[in-house]
Design a protein around this ligand. Structure first.
Ligand code: SF4
Length: 291
């Protein structure tokens, strides 16, 4: 069996940086993460063992050790209200928001300040998307895909200053291109569209590579958290080209039946998947294929 691990697989630089900081804070006490620092159950369980916990609400920040509490902001950022509330409560912010996400914050805030409305192409309720929405004072709409854009956008009235369009950093590239083309060509109610390429390089490279590899693979295994946007997108893309595709969180979920008799198997991790999780799946697949 030929096992291929894509060149672009595993932690991106933004996630690496925030996980490293989370481990550094874990040893110091009285430190918290706002939500999961990375959508990966293996990493989260490890961090909690090391003494740093995720919180969903700032009222959960305690000051047991007498030291000033610290709050780590994950790579995909937070809504403005979280930063304001933390400042009021005297919580020190360790901001690990990825620069690609910060760039979108600046784009939408700037467009809104110029009177433009904003459309965010992304997953409803995703924390990164919530962060973008919170920075817009004018009308802001989220659309997940072309079907939703077709359903919602033609019925809205937009600012005469126009509409700024951005994508969540980890969204499906093709979906974004479809939405962008629809808004530009078929929506006469948008007086002027200003689109930005905001899907980050780490996401784009991983998606392009898995698309090419899945076309010729007999089976694909995508490793990473089920609640991870970038991992789910990789799975959806691979599944489009390779029917024998499985999404697993760790090696113990491998379905041997899936790759029985396969000559070429692609094993890929998302931007939120530790390299070690991918290596473990590779080891187990090699072992099983020899049985
Ligand atoms: S997936 Fe992209 S935006 Fe998100 S942390 Fe990684 S590099 Fe930054």
């Amino acid at each position: 069996m030929n096992i291929i691990v894509p060149k672009h697989s595993g932690f991106c630089h933004g996630v690496k940086r925030s996980v490293k900081e989370a481990y550094a804070l874990a040893g110091k006490g009285n430190a918290f993460m706002y939500g999961e620092v990375v959508h990966n159950p293996v990493v989260m369980a490890n961090l909690m063992k090391c003494g740093i916990s995720p919180i969903q609400d700032l009222t959960d920040v305690t000051n047991d050790s007498g030291k000033n509490p610290k709050l780590l902001i994950r790579a995909h950022g937070v809504p403005v209200s979280v930063l304001e509330e933390a400042a009021k409560r005297g919580i020190e912010i360790i901001d690990m928001t990825c620069h690609h996400v910060k760039k979108i914050h600046a784009i939408v805030a700037n467009a809104s300040a110029r009177g433009m409305d904003v459309i965010v192409c992304g997953t409803h309720g995703h924390p990164e998307v919530q962060g973008h929405l919170s920075r817009v004072k004018t009308q802001v709409v989220t659309v997940q895909d072309l079907d939703e854009a077709r359903r919602i956008i033609p019925g809205l009235t937009f600012s005469k200053e126009g509409v700024c369009l951005v994508a969540q950093t980890t969204h499906n590239k093709r979906t974004y291109e479809e939405v962008r083309a629809f808004l530009a060509k078929e929506c006469a109610n948008i007086p002027f569209l200003e689109p930005f390429d905001t899907i980050c390089g780490a996401t784009a490279h991983r998606q392009d590579e898995i698309r090419e590899l899945a076309k010729t693979a007999d089976a694909c295994i995508i490793v990473g958290g089920r609640n991870s946007s970038n991992v789910t997108k990789l799975y959806e893309i691979a599944r489009e080209y390779c029917a024998r595709t499985q999404h697993i969180e760790s090696a113990d979920q491998l379905d041997y039946g899936l790759f029985r008799g396969a000559e070429t198997v692609v094993i890929a991790g998302g931007a939120s998947t530790p390299d070690e999780s991918v290596r473990e799946v590779v080891r187990k697949t090699e072992g099983l294929s020899g049985e």
